[in-house]
Design a protein around this ligand. Sequence first.
Ligand code: HEC
Length: 144
Amino acid sequence: MKSVYIVAIIIALGAAGWFVLSSSGGDDSSSAGEQQASAIIIPELSAMAKKGQIAFKANCAQCHGSDATGTNQGPPLIHDIYNPGHHNDMSFYRAAKMGTRAHHWQYGDMPPQPQVSDEEIGAIIQFIREVQKANGIVYKQHRM
Ligand code: HEC
């Protein structure tokens, strides 16, 4: 069990290092243009959120973006719509298990992601919530 954690940490550090290297290269003006909407803060993540970040990149990033800021295939999850009061943790399990119909956006339906375990979804939620919080997205009572 311990060794799994260590491997996860090594992968996370490697990914972080790669990110720093790849994002520091090139001139700032052009990379700022490509990054546009993803100008968000990635906080110091807890161990669980780091595992979630890895699982997110492997299973969700293709549509939701590697920092969960969205792509042309799926919406940003670091968005006020997904604050814990409007989309609670259950909605993440539901989305991963059963997919979801397009209802908030125009990206189409989200297909189910049956390859993702409950444990991974739990870690992914932790990752999303920590990044949301660092960007001022906090619980708001949902009014229907
Ligand atoms: C093939 C693209 C795709 C993948 C892969 C994907 N999603 Fe989505 N997801 C979407 C789209 C598109 C929507 C928006 C649906 C809508 O219009 O509200 C969405 C919506 C969601 C929602 C909101 C659900 C709701 O109740 O409104 C959550 C939560 C979510 N995704 C989490 C995830 C997680 C976690 C993963 C990885 C395990 C993932 N998604 C993988 C495309 C994707």
